[in-house]
Design a protein around this ligand. Sequence first.
Ligand SMILES: Nc1ncnc2c1ncn2[C@@H]1O[C@H](COP(=O)(O)OP(=O)(O)OP(=O)(O)O)[C@@H](O)[C@H]1O
Length: 251
Amino acid sequence: MDSKYSSVGREKEQKSSDFKVKRLKLTFDNNSKINKELEENTCSNGIIEDSSKLNYNFQNDALENLQEARKTLPVYQVRTRLLEEIRKHSTMILIGETGSGKTTQIPQIIHEYRLEGKGCIAVTQPRRVAAITLALRVAAETNTHIELETVGEHFPICKGVRQGDPLSPKIFSAGFEEIFRNMDCQNYGIKINGTFLNHLRFADNLVLVADNHETLQKMLQELSESSKQMGLTMNKTKQKLSPMVLLTQYH
Ligand SMILES: Nc1ncnc2c1ncn2[C@@H]1O[C@H](COP(=O)(O)OP(=O)(O)OP(=O)(O)O)[C@@H](O)[C@H]1O
């Protein structure tokens, strides 16, 4: 049966962007009931701050109950198809209703079936409490012991991706969508079929197009300011100027 839990990719009606998005549908049998006891134990992220209480709850949950409950989750039920799609695509957006198992199940499924229990998966959460809750939940489901009291080794938060990473041009393009939205340049550029073309993006290169030097200068100024707000600076040594076109690269 099709379900609203089950779409992978962006919804059709969403604004198209520079990269192609394929919409896929996953199906699952949602007749099974989610374990009631587990439902009662569910903590909304951010509400329960006492991790020792969470530990206590999880320890009291029989492992079999947890395992049974996870098997009823929509994400678990579409795992085979999900793994197939993960194998085929370098980037995927999964849309699923809250509680369908995106956060707790996908890392486990990938670890178990794709990595065959080897390797590491890093999962980020926007809040500390959410990260702790998630770690505890996954630990309980996998019968793993974790020590929340221990502060791990500090690691620097860096920016940038590896050379040649397929995510790089997509992140660049997504970032620049925002930068150009913040710029007031809709009426700049050259008119093609009634639409102004004022820039092109390719990997980490950007081409600005204008119909005169003054406009090009103005666009460059605005671009520089808008980029700075996103923490990006242009690499001036790699800029090239031809009559009405400026090719620039970012650090
Ligand atoms: N800390 C927890 N305590 C008890 N049950 C939990 C806990 N975390 C998850 N669950 C159970 O596992 C199910 C899947 O949760 P999960 O967080 O993976 O869903 P999700 O699809 O990522 O939801 P969301 O979109 O809200 O992040 C929940 O419906 C709930 O039944």
